[in-house]
Design a protein around this ligand. Sequence first.
Ligand SMILES: [Zn+2]
Length: 254
Amino acid sequence: MIETSTREILKLSKTETPQPSLADRAYHLILDQLLRGSLPLGSVLSRRRLAEQFQMSIVPVAQALQRLEIEGLLESRPQAGTRVRVPTSLEIGEHFELRQALECQSARLCAERATFQERLELKRLAANVDALYAKVPFQDPRDDLAFAVNESHVALHMRIAEYARSGLLKLEIEKSHVLIFNWLYDTARGQRILPPNFHQDLISVIAEGDPQKADDAMQGHVSYGLKSIQIAVEPLRPKNWRHKYQPQRRSRLV
Ligand SMILES: [Zn+2]
């Protein structure tokens, strides 16, 4: 169920056949574990163990791992194995910049093109996202509620992209995985404590219909918390390739 839900929200199966292959299934199962924090940044993956867990052969698991590596979520070295990629501070900064480039344009177009009903819907979704965020700060980021918060957060941002009415822009947001990386960073850092009405404030500016104001609001929205993510992720960078993941105390910083 979760697997399907993640796929629907993130629209990651667009290029797949109607009948997902075993490799597609393995891909979504591993992605689900990444987003839930059960495979944290830096953890080493075993093809054999994953194959046993998913009750499939090693070949589709290897294909899924290769796809996740191409997408920048995993990294591997010959004769060492595969692990969840721990980004450098520079890479995290670049993901934020790319997300800004894509989502500021998304907010601009949404401000111009969304219908009255769509603006109302975005406001409702934003209120729901803010209410969910307010519930989770003191819960383990790996629990179901934290997953639901991140899922509804991504869904809201994708809905803004949908109402921007640029199919290519929306596709680029999906393909670049900027929202997935943001989700992973939030999971690595521990749940965010956001200002009250963080998403309702963003949507109310977009709903006013001024593209420049929408752009500015999204710019501030996306860059919020960059520094704290860089600080939280840096200690996770393993000194050795086979470094065993040690769970850290979760930071409550924003
Ligand atoms: Zn947001």
